[in-house]
Ligand binder design. Sequence first.
Ligand code: AMP
Length: 462
Amino acid sequence: MSTENISFASLNLAPEILKALDEFGYTIPTPIQAQAIPIVLQGRDLMAGAQTGTGKTAAFALPMLQKLMPLASTSASPARHPIRALILVPTRELAIQVEASVKVYAKHSALRSLVVYGGVDIKTQTPHLMKGVEILVATPGRLLDHVEQRTLQLGQVQMLILDEADRMLDMGFMPDLKRILALLPKQRQNLMFSATFSNEIKKLSEEFLTEPVLVEVARSNATNENVTQKVYHVAKDDKHALLAHILNETETKQVIVFTKTKLTASRLARQLVREGISADAIHGDKSQSERIQALDAFKQGKINALIATDVAARGLDIDQLPMVINYEIPSAPEDYVHRIGRTGRAGALGIAISLVSPEEEKYLKEIEKLIKREITKETANLPVNNSRSRTSTEHKPREKTYDRAASSTRPSPAKKSNDPWFDKPYEPTGTDTVKPQSNQLYKTSKPKREVAALLGGLPRKG
Ligand code: AMP
């Protein structure tokens, strides 16, 4: 179905919603929005295959608001504001972001929304719930806590939305989901969004959806075409040096670096900070306020590199994130799809770099099998012993290597580097970009070339 000429107005959305969209700067619906909105407005159940970054939040939030609009009330009485739509999400961060979006879209209506999630004192959420809200965004565990404390009623829920359903299953929320579903009225509309379509997701959709319409904006398990993917083969022990190198050389202000474990995330953040790179870690062991603080600092550009584990990074909505780096590639290939979904959002271009050691080769193969394409391989020709010696202060300002890569045409499918210089073993070079006396390695020529190639390739002369 072609969705190119569709406007928000042609989707039969209320003027209040159109006004909010206009103020927020949305002009045309994304493909998932153009396809999902009419189906939801018809009252059908929906199974949507859409990655983060496709505009999936508005794809369910806009028709949801449209359907609830006639029930909106300006009365102060809580009884006039029962929970009518329940949005379940796997993580606190996603919960916060989804509810923030709902608030934006609902700002010209009398509909109320609230978010509840774990890790914070439940008592702080109760008074807000008691006032009555039509739209509740929740993580499953905390929702059940409130059910137990009888601080909310689910008897009037007419719409259930499961966002990032695949991740909910990965995180073991199935029993909680079943308990929640049992508390909801049978007569209701169900929407399910998932980035990937595993057999478990298909089973879940059969169980929870009634004759759903299937909508898919990208091939299932495919990765976003706007993202240039690259792999650097590098020894495990050289990864840190290569990462520092990339971070120092790129002019990209916001990079998410993924690690597999909380320990690596913390250690890496500390190491990078010692080397003068502004970095912080975000993982499950950090308190909610620490995570929000780190995320805010990142969003405001106070931190350039956010080191994150998969779980912690889930649901982070950072507009126009230009680059993600997989410091360690995930052993579950679906996580790769999720990770690189952080960049290249809503049509923007992005770069996803993976540092792959020989030990991780098998995981890379699994990823390529899942995404059905080979990722461009490059060899990282790092100078020996350079990890500590090369800091940003030792380099002159560089060419805008990333910008060029990002503004070039769409990412090319897998191809080997055809730059003979790049494929040669590293030849120590020295020039004005470094302090020659401090390190013998940098004495000859061509200091920037390796890095430019590293971050997207230099244009070939002639
Ligand atoms: P999501 O996939 O819902 O996380 O959305 C990804 C990003 O796209 C968010 O930053 C949204 O604000 C943005 N976005 C969603 N829909 C549109 C649209 N129709 N036009 C422009 N940006 C959008």
